[in-house]
Design a binder for this molecule. Structure first.
Ligand SMILES: [Zn+2]
Length: 469
């Protein structure tokens, strides 16, 4: 299903987007509350700096020093943020800085020549090597990941930290005790959990039926990412079987050869085919093989959403990370970031057979009311030990959902919700506020407050407080 017209209008992607663009996109708060302006001319060069204790940023600034690498001591720009005449004077453009993170426009994300060579070797050898050698190569690649300080392992919430600091400054600038906004999830859910299955091989495809049974026994509906070419046959009956169980289909790459983003012309040729398969499969979502990605090329992908950008990618073949646990727009494409470690990585790189890391990640994500996205492969959970790990994850997630009022939709439902929310607005209604727009009946009004220099969220209808940290 190719996305129809209806371009998203609120996205801050233009060169001349306002400084508050991405912050107002995130909160959907009335425009008057966010009043940012630059303290001076932006530098011509870019570099790393800090904005408060927990936000390493990259980009241009008006003052201070910028570093070439995310070293432990960085100049903190928060001390240069000043409140003047009801406005917040900033030494950088928050929209630019947040987009640099979300689109991975910082140096570390590029594959080094060494990594590029390793990737080529890996794919050349892959058909001939056994799993043991493949794991060796991958572990060799991942060996130094614990030394990486940025993005933050095991979950990076830099974008959340920046946005909350900016809201705190705005509360002070406007001398108000609360800023109204549209709560992130429908009906006031505390956070959102997505289960996605990438079908890698014929063996994985064969295990899908059993996986559907396992999921159903825990009441979970998932999306299945199908490789259209070369990997396995994709009969209509297979897709129907998945859909008839209330699950959905997304496109995984074209042929999974790891080269989708190697060459622009070839990329465009493949994207045209991907669009054809999406129409044929009734798919609205996309995921690239091995989470290879190039956000600059995403404009060509005319699907509704993408699920290929990791939150923190220390253990993925392509390093980097989007540093957020919330959906965000890249042009008209909605990005649903991958915010938890993949099963393959957990089982074969970290040699884990417990769900402790997954639990830690989900807890960190939910503290920020974010999106917990799982990639579990039918290919890797068919063994008795790994299957057991997956089942304990589902059991734990079910308890968490009940305990914390989590939303567990299909990815296309998140896509649809986030698009509608992006067109809703908060309007004044007497001495209170009201949400207007299509889908507003599911939306909940919330307030951001300053509690001893900490930003807290509060739902209007229930009076239930959501502490933000
Ligand atoms: Zn894959």
């Amino acid at each position: 299903m190719i996305r129809g017209g209806e371009p998203y209008s609120g996205a801050a992607n233009d060169e001349d987007a306002p400084l508050s663009g991405v912050v107002s996109e995130r909160y959907r708060c009335p425009a008057g509350f966010l009043d940012f302006y630059l303290s001076g001319e932006l530098s011509s060069d870019q570099g790393y700096f800090r904005f408060g204790e927990n936000a390493i940023c990259y980009g241009r600034t008006c003052s201070g020093t910028r570093e070439a690498s995310p070293q432990p001591v960085l100049y903190d720009r928060l001390q240069d943020a000043v409140i003047e005449e009801g406005k917040v004077k900033l030494p950088f453009d928050p929209t630019e800085i947040i987009e640099n993170l979300r689109r991975e426009r910082y140096p570390q994300t590029q594959l080094t020549d060494y990594e590029r060579a390793l990737k080529r070797l890996y794919y050349q050898l892959r058909p001939f090597t056994n799993q043991w050698l493949r794991k060796r190569i991958q572990r060799f690649h991942a060996r130094r990941w614990r030394n990486l300080s940025f993005p933050h392992w095991p979950v990076d919430t830099t974008v959340e930290n920046i946005c909350e600091t900016l809201l705190l400054l705005s509360l002070k600038a406007k001398r108000t005790d609360k800023i109204p906004f549209i709560w992130f999830w429908p009906r006031g859910a505390r956070g959102c959990v997505l289960m996605t299955h990438d079908v890698e091989t014929e063996a994985g495809r064969k295990f899908c039926n059993e996986l559907l049974d396992i999921n159903d026994s825990f009441g979970v509906k998932a999306s299945f990412q199908i490789v259209p070419e070369d990997r396995y046959a994709v009969p209509a009956s297979f897709l129907d079987a998945i859909r008839s169980r209330g699950c959905e289909i997304a496109i995984q790459d074209l042929n999974h050869d790891g080269r989708l983003f190697d060459d622009k012309t070839e990329f465009l040729r493949r994207v045209a085919l991907i669009h054809r398969y999406a129409t044929e499969y009734g798919a609205k979502g996309f995921r690239a093989a091995v989470l290879y990605r190039k956000a600059e090329w995403y404009g060509a992908i005319k699907l509704s959403f993408d699920m290929s950008i990791p939150n923190v990618a220390h253990l993925d073949p392509q390093r980097g990370g989007c540093c957020t646990v919330m959906p965000y727009f890249i042009g008209d494409l909605l990005e649903l970031p991958v915010t938890t470690v993949q099963d393959y990585t957990l089982f074969h790189l970290l040699n884990e057979r417990s769900i402790d890391l997954w639990k830690t990640q989900v807890e960190l994500i939910l503290e920020r009311h974010g999106l917990a996205t799982f990639i579990v492969h039918p290919d890797y959970v068919s063994g008795p030990d790994t299957r057991g790990v997956y089942e304990s994850l589902l059991g734990w997630l079910r308890e968490e959902s009940d305990r914390h009022n989590l939303w567990t939709p299909l990815p296309s439902e998140v896509d649809s919700w986030w698009r509608k929310r992006s067109r809703m607005s908060v309007v004044q209604d007497g001495d209170s506020w009201r949400i207007e727009g299509e889908g507003a009946d599911r939306a909940v009004l919330a307030f951001a407050r300053n509690a001893n220099d900490r930003l807290v969220y509060e739902l209007a209808d229930t009076g239930r407080a959501h502490s933000s940290h």
